[in-house]
Design a protein around this ligand. Structure first.
Ligand code: FDA
Length: 355
């Protein structure tokens, strides 16, 4: 496996707004938030069928059979998957039952169709903000069921209200011997470097992270807000995790981040090996790469993902599906209007972001 950076970046602008039209260049820079908010307002006025036409690219469909069909198709591109049932914070514990049942169906489908896939769950959908004890029971049950099939479960990271409690679930489950679980950390949060240290101190090489920028725009007293600051933080967190021997899922479509990761992997001899060569590496994991994998969202920068897969890197696609696709899309846009900007860019500058 070569470094292959030049061919990876070929034809794709390496900064967020390079190569954009003047309007999009402004939108990609300091004024991106305002433009994004404008696009969110427009989107909310659109009829549902028009939003559906755009969402089709990012959401696998309404039910598990749609998600299975998408995964079967994308398996041919050398990808593996993590499946997300759309929906999150619930208002009654009864609603949690829907997610418990649906994730059981996902597990059954993964096994039945022999898919190379694991699960992504949102702890608030299991009741974390209503009754922590019951939420733990709900998640423990799912983890046990998944473990019986050798399937890993990723706890997605939601907003700052649940950062600590989400990390605590992972630590508690590992203590109970359920090691098929890991969390996501968000590089925009100022606390993340300390979180990596404390999780790795407790779990050693068994620590298994997804690291991303963080989609929730948090306030300045707890988070970074500038693009370059966040990229620098993400790059340093990736290095910190690799140094600690942890498993690292790099969840970014941003080329400077992918470029940094490739160079770090190369320095450690991790790109040319089927096994993890780090002395402090954790155990080899079913359905995982040699210490790392690249993760991307369905419909986003498929061209980059395919190039990485071709170079021999394990690439995982996040597959959201469910009835609540409209509410989910609107919430994501509200939380981070920059997402609207990315979508506009992918429509008008398709060469920057192939499906
Ligand atoms: P950046 O936002 O700079 O995007 C780089 C380029 O990628 C853009 O210029 C655009 O071309 C394209 N792009 C990125 N996002 C796009 C989108 N939504 N639509 C269209 N094009 C897009 N966050 C979180 O808080 N908790 C979590 O659990 C997760 N989980 C997660 C899983 C996976 C697999 C991924 C890839 C991401 C997440 N995220 C997340 C989201 C993450 O925090 C971040 O908001 C997005 O990945 C966008 O950041 P990038 O690093 O891709 O850079």
């Amino acid at each position: 496996m070569g470094n292959g950076l030049d061919s990876l970046l070929e034809g794709i602008p390496t900064s967020n707004c390079q190569g954009a039209s003047p309007l999009l260049r402004v939108a990609g820079g300091v004024h991106m938030g305002a433009f994004g908010r404008f696009m969110v307002t427009i989107t909310k006025c659109m009829p549902r069928f028009m939003v559906a036409a755009v969402a089709r690219r990012y959401v696998a469909g309404k039910d598990i059979s749609n998600a299975v069909a998408v995964m079967k198709r994308l398996s041919a591109e050398g990808a593996c998957f993590t499946v997300d049932v759309l929906g999150e914070e619930i208002s009654t514990l009864d609603e949690a039952q829907f997610f418990i049942d649906e994730y059981d169906r996902v597990l059954d489908a993964i096994v039945e169709h022999k898919l190379d896939a694991n699960l992504s769950i949102k702890p608030t959908a299991f009741g974390l903000l209503i009754d922590e004890k019951i939420a733990y029971q709900n998640m423990e049950r799912l983890l046990k069921n998944a473990a019986n099939h050798g399937i890993f479960v990723r706890l997605d990271m939601e907003d700052h209200r649940v950062t600590q409690s989400t990390i605590d679930i992972v630590l508690a489950m590992h203590e109970k011997g359920l090691t098929n679980v890991g969390t996501v950390l968000q590089s925009r949060l100022l606390r993340t470097s300390e979180d990596i240290k404390s999780i790795c101190a407790k779990l050693g090489g068994s620590a298994d992270f997804r690291i991303c920028k963080g989609v929730y725009l948090e306030s300045e007293d707890i988070a970074l807000t500038g693009y370059q600051q966040i990229v620098d933080a993400l790059n340093s967190h990736i290095t910190q995790m690799l140094d600690a021997g942890a498993y690292v899922g790099i969840a970014s479509h941003d080329l400077p981040v992918i470029e940094h990761t490739l160079s770090e992997l190369n320095d450690r001899g991790m790109m040319s090996s089927d096994t993890d060569p780090r002395e402090n590496a954790g155990p080899s994991r079913t359905g995982k790469g040699p210490g790392y994998e690249f993760q991307m969202l369905l419909g986003v920068r498929g061209n980059v993902r395919r190039k990485l897969a071709k170079q021999g890197h394990r690439t995982r696609i996040y597959i959201p599906y469910g009835n609540q696709w409209y509410e989910y899309s609107m919430r994501r846009l509200d939380e981070n209007p920059d997402v609207a900007m990315h979508i506009v860019k992918s429509i008008f500058m398709p060469w920057t972001n192939r499906r």
